[in-house]
Design a protein around this ligand. Structure first.
Ligand code: NAP
Length: 248
């Protein structure tokens, strides 16, 4: 079950946090994981750790908001591995503040990385996936994209946008055997959420029916399933993985 042998999987934003967790689980299931973040040294370190554990990994510095950069890296991946089976659009940032205080730069940075970054990667992966007549695209959204959140107008817009991107990609690429799905994590313990005070963390935990903050592994398990052959009749969907915080 969930056999990823001979699969090439690109995971953006995999130097730490949720992306790292997804890359680790896919690699343990047999995939050759392609690690991407803006800092070469960080992804090199992750790749070295994985390789020393007997896993298959390669690392590239790439800013997903830069289409030219993305196309160059994806071209190299295809020329070295012959294919791209799985694309996980996970790279993301926050620049939280109230609307009145939010700068144009805060808006643009979040939209460019979280939303345009996914478009850039899908655009670059589509040609090889169409040629193969198979592929898996998984976009990491957020429950905030479903519910909205005060102080996160830019982030919520990018994450809601990813749900539309997922549905449109799913419809457009289904005839070529490519699926596209979305995961909407709740509150997950990573560097991104590490800055919250203990008080805020305690309040957030109270809103989670399962009574705990999520882990990267919780999200990785859903990503592994959606990337597997077992999920081949599922496309265009958004799955919340949030301990029951948002029930649709
Ligand atoms: P994180 O710990 O801050 O990690 C973010 C990753 O993205 C890092 O590897 C970072 O590396 C990379 N990255 C950022 N900008 C990039 C760019 N322009 N190009 C390439 N890579 C870039 O965040 P996380 O908590 O694991 O979150 C991962 C994803 O899950 C994000 O999309 C986030 O919105 C989503 N999410 C997180 C939570 C949560 O509670 N943590 C909840 C819902 C959704 P560099 O900075 O070195 O490039």
């Amino acid at each position: 079950m969930f056999d990823m042998k001979n699969k090439t999987a690109i995971i953006t934003g995999s130097s730490r946090g949720i992306g790292y967790g997804i890359a680790e689980l896919l690699a343990k299931a047999g995939a050759h994981v392609i690690l991407i973040s803006r800092k070469q040294k960080d992804v090199d370190n992750v790749a070295a750790n994985f390789i020393s554990d007997g896993l298959k990994a390669s690392a590239y510095a790439c800013d997903v908001s830069d289409l030219e950069n993305v196309q160059k890296v994806f071209k190299t991946v295809v020329s070295e591995n012959g294919k791209i089976d799985i694309l996980i659009n996970n790279a993301g940032i926050t620049r939280d503040t109230l609307i009145m205080r939010m700068s144009e730069d805060d808006w643009d940075a979040v939209i460019n990385i979280n939303l345009k970054g996914a478009f850039n990667c899908i655009k670059a992966a589509t040609r090889p996936m169409m040629k193969q007549r198979s592929g898996r695209i998984i976009n990491i959204s957020s429950v905030v994209g479903l519910t909205g959140n005060a102080g996160q107008i830019n982030y919520a817009a990018s994450k809601a946008g990813l749900i539309g991107v997922t549905k449109s990609t799913a419809k457009e690429l289904a005839p070529r055997g490519i699926t596209a799905n979305c995961i909407a994590p709740g509150y997950i313990e990573t560097e991104m959420t590490g800055e919250l005070s203990d008080d805020v963390k305690a309040k957030l935990t109270k809103q989670i029916p399962l009574g705990r903050i999520g882990t990267a592994k919780d999200i990785a398990s859903m990503a592994l399933f959606l990337a597997s052959d077992e999920a081949n009749y599922i496309t265009g969907q958004t799955f919340t993985v949030d301990g029951g915080m948002v029930m649709q």
